[in-house]
Write a new protein. Structure first.
Length: 110
């Protein structure tokens, strides 16, 4: 319990710190900004999938020793497919950060 009693019927005001104000502040993102967040997730997943595919012997399963040349195209296509199906949620996190930054700069906090 608190060392300072709160009088009956009084309500304690919530403590507002910079961290909570940034977390609760939201600004609308343009469709172009939302698209950039999805493109970022696609790029991240493409790199991630490409690194995973380096560990797989593609020549035996894919019909040729030159399949490694096409690996990046396969990685890009798979990453785009994953993002189209909802992705990892990275785009949503990026959108939230962009929104918080946009709200902070509009208020003169940054």
């Amino acid at each position: 319990m608190s060392d300072f009693p709160i009088p009956f019927g009084a309500q304690a005001a919530p403590i507002r710190t910079e961290e909570t104000s940034i977390r609760t502040a939201k600004a609308e993102l343009s469709p172009q900004e939302t698209l950039k967040a999805k493109e970022f997730e696609t790029l991240f997943l493409s790199q991630f999938v490409d690194e995973m595919m380096k560990t797989v012997d593609l020549s035996a399963a894919s019909g040729g020793r030159d399949m490694h040349m096409w690996r990046s195209f396969m990685s890009d296509a798979l990453a785009q497919s994953l993002v189209d199906q909802g992705g990892l949620g990275l785009a949503t996190s990026v959108e939230q950060m962009m929104s918080a930054y946009k709200a902070g700069t509009a208020g003169g906090n940054v």
